[in-house]
Design a protein around this ligand. Structure first.
Ligand code: S3P
Length: 198
């Protein structure tokens, strides 16, 4: 997508197949969603497809502290990690359209939701619980799932977070049985199909 075309967009609507939405002042594409929904990979495809710079909040925090996320949780605790997430959002550029990839818990702070909305179009990558469970089983390094009963923890986290993702999102994309290219394609199609309110 041409950069100027994207920048001209001040409003767009999404198609009914993708849930709901109306957004103003769309600039960046912001990916949110539960762990295991493939936000990082989709972000990389979007980066290639648009030519926009990509910022991944987990990567930024990790490289700033020179620690993997699990180590940050075990050393500094979740509260500190959440503060770093807010700090990171505040540090992102606002003068150019970008691709922003976030960690699954970024929506836990309401101020983050406001910041995400201010950055651009918030796209929620979502799937049913069974799909998420299978995907997360393959990627078992998540600090929040290191509990006595990870299955129950996952259900609890999901239940608590679904309303937050819903309230933050301009667009919801069901990622089940889709690869990152197909998801990125769907996102771009549903954004760029809509004419641009000038
Ligand atoms: C978290 C999700 C992780 C990472 C951290 C906390 C969460 O990111 O930010 O482990 O609270 O759900 P992914 O969503 O990329 O797994």
């Amino acid at each position: 997508m041409k950069r100027q075309a994207w920048q001209r967009m001040s409003t767009f609507h999404c198609r009914s197949s993708i849930a709901y939405c109306r957004v103003s002042s769309a600039r960046s594409i912001v990916l949110i969603g539960f762990m295991g929904t493939g936000k990082s990979l989709v972000g990389k495809v979007l980066e290639q497809r648009t030519g926009f710079r990509r910022f991944d909040t987990d990567e930024i925090i990790s490289s700033k502290l020179r620690m993997v996320i699990e180590k940050i949780f075990s050393t500094h605790g979740e509260k500190h990690f959440r503060e770093l997430e807010t700090e990171t959002l505040l540090s992102l550029p606002t003068e150019e359209p970008t691709i922003i990839v976030t960690g699954g818990g970024i929506v836990l702070r309401s101020e983050n939701i406001d910041l995400l909305k201010g950055l651009g179009a918030v796209v929620w990558l979502d799937a049913d619980e069974a799909t998420l469970r299978t995907r997360i089983d393959r990627l078992s390094d998540r600090p929040l799932l290191q509990t006595a009963n990870p299955e129950a923890t996952l259900s609890e986290l999901l239940e608590a977070r679904q309303p937050l993702y819903r309230s933050a999102a301009d667009l919801r994309v069901d990622i089940s049985q889709k690869n990152p290219e197909q998801i990125a394609e769907l996102i771009l199609k549903n954004i760029s199909d809509f004419p641009v309110g000038e």
